[in-house]
Design a protein around this ligand. Sequence first.
Ligand SMILES: O=C(O)CCC(=O)C(=O)O
Length: 323
Amino acid sequence: MPTINDWMQHRPWLDLDSPDIRGYVDALSERQGFDLAAVLQRWHDEGVVVFEGVVDKGLIDALLNDIDYLRRHHRDFDLLVELLAVQGDIKSLSLEDLDSPGLKFNGLHTISQAAARLSLTREVVVFLTHVFQGPPCALQTLTFHRGSQQPIHVDYPYVRRQEPLTHLAASWVALEDIHPDAGPLGYYPGSHRTQVSGFFDWGGGSIVLEPDSVHAPLAFSEYLQARMQAAGIAPKVFCPRKGDVLVWHGNLSHEGMAIADPRRTRQSYVTHYTSLDAYPRVRMKPGAPATGVIHSAHGGHVMEYAWHHDLAQLPSGAALAGR
Ligand SMILES: O=C(O)CCC(=O)C(=O)O
């Protein structure tokens, strides 16, 4: 059962009070192609960084083509989905379900090579390598067609199989220009600091949601809302252009804003990452990451899940083969 102590003892270096960011960057022999010191400082202060226009638009179009294909042939693929917080198989969805706000595809990277590659955009992988002090690995991915309208939350009580728990971050890639009325992502800068967030006790001192937790996610949202109000932090609304990516800390409060115009889509692709050291061993195929990977780039990995074999692949698999 992870406790406050576990979190505090395993904080990554940038979560300590006064990390020597300038000294760290000056000691590096390689240049990163972006202002690393500035983004590390922003991560320390705000728990969020944005890289504008860095994501390969050809890959985004390949993913959109995969999604379109999947929506037209959804009974031919194995994919977990989540609709109104209930998990199920994509095969069981009706056409109406497929258009529903809040529908998430879980683990699209397992059947879409374009998705797997989008999890490993260079700037994101390089940045997270410095955050974790080791290779970042995709733990899971979520793909949204419309706004999620998800209440305020932080990820680590739900994404909790990595060891240590603190090795957690996420990226949010805009697959189209995001309109303010489409239910954009909202986030609370600086809320990742434990002085702001505190620790929610799910029961018996556990800081994560367990099958026998005495509290429900709604109580957690109410707790975080009260903490944000007490700290005077209002949400920032992220309305990016196609190809922008936002990276957030595993303890950053965020939410899906209300959808003002239900006709609008809000196509986005989220990856949750941990470090290679913290990646749950039971999920890895023997020999991973030397083998058993879907894609590796810039030192990061998207691994196959141990229980998956020969899943039918979306069109980008053939289109990107050998590239
Ligand atoms: O994109 C959204 O609306 C919310 C995404 C999110 O909360 C998550 O992936 O943890």
